[in-house]
Design a protein around this ligand. Structure first.
Ligand code: ADP
Length: 477
């Protein structure tokens, strides 16, 4: 059994803005179930929601400020969560990264700098908690100073840094060094400095003993200029300690056999009932009810990363085909308007809902025939996994976690029953429409189609499997 301190800026269900919270809620739970002694450290934001009791544990001093450490539990588990209580920074309306008016916190460097310094005190057993971890597992830029500061300590725990999204880097003016009272020896081009600025992410990537990201393919891609966000040089230099582990998904919440948000529950042995969800989705979105017309869909943030502009470019061609299309998403206002305009002009072929709607997302997954995910980059991605479990064929670009979790339908993979979707190469509109036509050809071969659905529905995407890979990685540290 290893002692692991898990450092993160958000944890579902306490506080969530995105995918990091899902990982930070699910992975420690799965690791604890496998017998690891894992404890989470998180800022005590005003927005944290929990019914669990919160206790005072101790007080530490950082840069002449007094910081309280509180203790609670991850709801529904025995995992201890230590909350870093510093009201001046965290007891304010807003979310971890933005104030109540939606602006990024002006003092983000101080907020997460202090959080990193508190994590180091706990990691070195100087937090009066009588517990010293073997491993400190850091996540994304908000924890990036932890490996840097620990590198200066004697008999320190080893460090793992997980990249969930390389695009967010936590880069601040040089003056942040003085405000945070950082040791001067860290400030060098091979250290915390990034083009004259202080980079939290680069600090983590430079000083961590191991680095991983959320899929093996993304781990390779980020070593190239196309995907590396300016850090490809450092990442390829550190390639011997860099690897990828696919995220799991919450299979209690995403299970077509028990999902309360869909019209008819089904399994791979009762796939005919999926049809009832398709009809319900068509009814709900005012599309003509037909079990013969294949229905495509997307649930996504409407941003370029997700290739939504590629879909828009070839939508005129798509709409000439015998298909229906459902889109649920929000984001870029121009993309939203273009989608609305196209749906208004083609009401019997296309339906668009702008907004975030968890319940509808489940019905869409259950009712679609084909899920589109033409992302430009995708560290891991979730919907391609949900789709497979719901008998919906994912049509994905060959990047990141999509390449690692979807098996293209080719003569050999169809023959050996491993095919689970359609994978296309290159994020170009031309290849997307070709892939869509390929999906239609397969759709018109009901026996092959059903086998692809069954192959996907039988795949294992649970957290237990991913947690076991993290335990192996911890073992190598
Ligand atoms: P990312 O974190 O880059 O947005 P992921 O595929 O990893 O992409 O996760 C996004 C999650 O958010 C998925 O579970 C997806 O279904 C959900 N989601 C995105 N947009 C919406 C929406 N408009 N309504 C409901 N769920 C959404």
């Amino acid at each position: 059994m290893k002692k692991i301190l898990f450092v993160t800026s958000e944890v579902h269900p306490l506080i969530k803005t995105g995918g990091l919270a899902d990982v930070s809620g699910s992975l420690p739970k799965a690791l604890a179930e496998l017998g690891e002694d894992i404890r989470i450290i998180l800022p005590y934001y005003q927005a944290i929601k929990t019914n669990e009791a919160i206790y005072y544990k101790s007080t530490i001093r950082i840069n002449d400020s007094e910081i309280n450490i509180l203790e609670t539990q991850l709801p529904g588990t025995n995992v201890i969560v230590w909350l870093i209580d510093y009201p001046k920074f965290f007891k304010l309306p807003g979310n971890p990264y933005h104030d109540a008016t939606g602006n990024a916190w002006a003092n983000s460097a101080e907020r997460f700098g202090l959080f990193c310094q508190a994590a180091v005190e706990i990691a070195m057993n100087r937090g009066y908690l009588d517990w010293k971890p073997d491993i400190v597992h850091c996540n994304d830029w908000q924890s990036g100073l932890v490996p840097a500061l620990l590198s200066l300590e004697l008999s320190r725990p080893t460090t793992l840094f997980t990249i969930h999204n390389l695009a967010y880097q936590g880069v601040f003016p040089k003056s942040a060094n003085f405000i945070l009272n950082l040791p001067t020896q860290l400030w060098e081009s091979g250290g915390t400095e990034f083009h004259g600025m202080l980079s939290f992410l680069k600090s983590g990537l430079t000083y961590a003993d191991r680095i991983n990201t959320v899929s093996p393919t993304y781990a390779l891609e980020i070593q190239t200029a196309k995907f590396g966000c300016g850090l490809e040089g450092l990442l390829s230099y550190r390639k011997d300690v860099l690897s990828g582990i696919i995220n799991g998904i919450d299979t209690d919440h995403w299970n077509p056999e028990t999902d309360p948000n869909i019209t008819a529950n089904f399994t791979y042995t009762s796939l005919n009932k999926k049809q009832l969800n398709k009809a319900a989705l068509q009814t709900k979105t005012s599309l003509p009810i037909s079990d013969k017309i294949p229905i495509f869909g997307l649930i996504t943030r409407l941003v370029e990363q997700k290739g939504i502009d590629l879909v828009l470019n070839c939508l005129p061609d798509i709409l000439k085909l015998p298909v229906q299309l459902v889109v649920l998403g929000s984001g870029n206002k121009e993309f939203e308007q273009q989608l609305i305009d196209l749906a208004t002009a083609n009401p019997d072929k296309m339906a668009v809902q702008i907004g975030y709607d968890e319940e509808l997302a489940h019905l869409i997954e259950a009712g679609l025939d084909i899920f589109l995910m033409p992302s430009r980059y995708e560290p891991c991605g979730l919907n391609q996994m949900y789709s497979q479990l719901y008998g919906t064929i994912p049509l994905v670009s060959k990047v990141g976690g999509l390449a690692d979790t979807v098996v293209d339908s080719l003569p050999d993979t169809l023959a050996n029953n491993t095919a689970t979707g359609i994978v296309f190469d290159g994020a170009l509109a031309g290849t997307l429409i070709e892939a869509i036509k390929r999906a239609l050809m397969l759709y018109n071969q009901p026996k092959a189609w059903k086998q692809i659905q069954i192959n996907g529905m039988q795949k294992e995407f649970s957290w237990t499997q991913s947690a076991q890979q993290y335990i192996e990685l911890y073992g190598q540290l």
